[in-house]
Design a protein around this ligand. Structure first.
Ligand SMILES: [Zn+2]
Length: 536
């Protein structure tokens, strides 16, 4: 599915009435915008496009201002393109990004009434063995398949849940409550029901000493088969420091969120979080996770657990109000924590989110005032990156890494939090540019969310999408996007050395390096989408 080539790059899911409409135009102007009646409503003249360093494109961002709802057409000497403006253009795509996680559910069947043609029987229901002692086995249920593979990993899962819970806390009206998941209509918001599916699994990954297994996977990735056909033995892999801290943080956060819906469940999570913290206190020396001999599934190896411990201390402080946790968070806070990163590798941003939006002044001078200054400075850097890009994308050319959508969405989250703290419209507008990037205003002219846009990802590296025999991939999944840093030899062979970083992408199933999907890429996009989906 690809429209004729055009000189216009737009948000293919549409634009919002009430927010500025920006389009990227390749080449020279002038450009006019016509409404459905054929009347010219805007015109822009320019003749010196800037070269975008990440794509090599000569491109100009044209600000069309705030437009009334309706259908429009952009025109220049080099072509035309339709765009739409409506009151709530991003409802559907935001809700689909949440529902995308439902399609990743493991241990249960996806029923036709919820999953339509993507329904499948239950998967991965056999007991898992301890990798280090295969005589021990346990049935662990639930959780989401992590990405294009069928593994389940505690740290990435905890981060994903945290994105969802903060989304609900900050922008509940943007989340929707009619996602058609099994729990719809239960009286609990759908986004919280979906997050709970992972939380119940995370709880089962705790060992009796309080630590957490790093992951539940086989020894190797499955072939491109449906999940119910993946019948080889799964293992509880060894303990992980980062996973234990992330689980503590996420469960303490979840305690606060679910307390008013289900107190026994909330208390169970707080108990588990405290137990994990006690284990961390007894094991202060970080040991990086390494795949045991013979294991080839995702490593997710953090270089340190300091940001993870910091986040855990912040959330336990917010959950309990206990001074010991606040003091621990203050001791763990250092200016080199990256407060605008929200991914599995670096979770300082999640600790910052807790301090800035929940603890506030009660965090004390260091964790509120000093941290706020550091956070605002970091988000300024994200804004500067956006301004340096021809497409307004907050990514330097050398940051087109595996899953480059994550830093783009993380920076958008940081800009949104900045806007909440300061009211700055330039930050909000820059965050909007990252959302436009995800939905098509990019050098590839591609909407990265499956099922959306006229030019959309059709062949994600996602086993069910590759194995189900259907043409369209599972909807509501966001692709990792261009990656010139750590790509496969076959990708290099196809794209060559001269393809610029922002175009280093293959919409091909084998290309996990550029076109995989992952739960923790969907979830920051949910945060950004729900913010722009909320009434201003
Ligand atoms: Zn499964």
């Amino acid at each position: 599915m690809h429209s004729e080539s055009s000189v216009f790059r737009i948000n293919q899911a549409g634009y919002a009435a009430g927010l500025p409409v920006i389009a990227a135009v390749l080449g020279n102007g002038p450009v006019i915008l016509k409404n459905a009646a054929g009347e010219i409503v805007r015109s822009a003249a320019f003749d010196a496009p800037q070269t975008d360093p990440a794509s090599g494109d000569a491109v100009t961002l044209v600000d069309l201002g705030v437009l009334e709802a309706g259908a429009y057409e952009l025109e220049s000497d080099a072509g035309r393109r339709r765009l739409t403006v409506c009151a709530s253009p991003w409802n559907t795509v935001t809700h689909a990004l949440i529902k995308g996680l439902y399609y990743q559910r493991c241990g249960c069947g996806l029923l036709p009434e919820h999953a339509g043609v993507y329904a499948h029987p239950p998967c991965h229901t056999a007991p898992a063995q301890e990798w280090t002692d295969k005589s021990v086995s346990r049935r662990i249920t639930g959780g989401w398949h992590d990405a294009g593979d069928y593994g389940k990993y505690v740290a990435p899962g905890a981060v994903t849940v945290a994105h969802l819970l903060y989304t609900w806390k900050l922008f509940p009206q943007g989340c929707g409550d009619d996602l058609n998941i099994p729990e719809t209509g239960s009286g609990i918001p759908d986004i919280l029901s979906e997050a709970r599916f992972e939380l119940e699994w995370i709880l089962q990954m705790q060992r009796s000493d309080g630590s957490f297994h790093h992951k539940l996977t086989k020894s190797h990735f499955a072939a491109f088969i449906m999940p119910q056909d993946d019948l080889e033995q799964e293992y509880m892999m060894p303990v992980c420091w980062c996973a234990t801290a992330d689980a503590a943080a996420c469960l303490a956060l979840a305690y606060r969120v679910y307390l008013s819906f289900d107190e026994p469940f909330a208390n169970r999570m707080l108990l588990a979080a405290k137990h994990a913290w006690t284990w961390l206190q007894a094991h202060p020396d970080f040991v990086p996770f390494m795949n045991p001999e013979g294991v080839r599934t995702g490593r997710y190896g953090g270089r340190s657990d300091s940001s993870n411990r910091f986040w855990a201390a912040c959330e336990l402080c917010a959950a309990t109000g206990e001074e010991a946790y606040r003091q621990a968070a203050e001791e763990l806070y250092t200016p080199d924590l990256n407060l605008t990163e929200f991914g599995w590798m670096e979770v300082g941003g999640l600790g910052a989110l807790c301090c800035l939006t929940d603890l506030k002044e009660s965090a004390g001078d260091v964790l509120y005032h000093r941290l706020k200054e550091d956070f605002l400075r970091r988000s300024e850097e994200a804004l500067a990156l956006s301004h340096a890009s021809g497409y307004g994308t907050s990514l330097s050319p050398d940051r087109y890494v595996w899953g480059s959508i994550l830093p783009v969405m993380s920076h958008a989250m940081a800009m949104i939090i900045n806007t909440i703290l300061t009211g700055r419209q330039d930050m909000r507008d820059a965050a909007l540019m990252q959302w436009h990037y995800a939905l098509g205003m990019n050098a590839l002219d591609l909407c990265f969310v499956t099922g959306f846009g006229e030019n959309t990802v059709m062949h994600p590296h996602h086993r069910p999408s590759g194995a189900d025999g259907l043409e369209a991939p599972v909807p509501g999944l966001i692709s990792g996007g261009p990656n010139k840093c750590f790509c496969y030899p076959q990708t290099k062979e196809k794209l060559g050395p001269d393809t610029p970083p922002a175009k280093y992408f293959l919409d091909e199933t084998p290309s996990a390096d550029t076109n995989e999907i992952a739960i923790y890429w969907n979830s920051p996009a949910v945060f950004v989408g729900a913010y722009f989906n909320s009434p201003f």
